[in-house]
Design a protein. Sequence first.
Length: 162
Amino acid sequence: MRIAGYKWLCVEAFPDDARGITLRSAFDAHLWTRGSNVATYPPSEENMWGFNAYYSVLRARWSGRNYGTVIVGVAGFGTVAMFQHGWRSEKAEIVAVYLPRRFTRRWRLGKDSLPSFRSRLSATYDVPVCRSLLRLRQETERWGLPGHHFLHETDSEDEPGG
């Protein structure tokens, strides 16, 4: 079973770069690849390895309001540890990308280069690039169940998901 989540990642590319665009974690500089990404160790009580994500797209949005970042929808699977606001998983896959409006202004993408940038980003990860958070959530939940459905009142550790 896969669980849906959201996180922000840094974009590595120049607007006029013809090569693919890469997404990297700002926390540990992990380079996200197309398809399944596998952590060195699964999350457990002894360690906090794995990929993390928030349950809520809005929480992810507020945690990642930085220059050069995008919000991604991820599907986590394998060993999964659940927390109050998010989860950690042994394996994760990017299933959709949200390109915020402020991103296009800060990268100085003109109207003509935005479609090219979006198509390169989409092709690199083989996922849709969304222009609204609602569309990101809809696309992400096609690939995994919303994580907050698995939580009980007593399962409220304070570990953040992003």
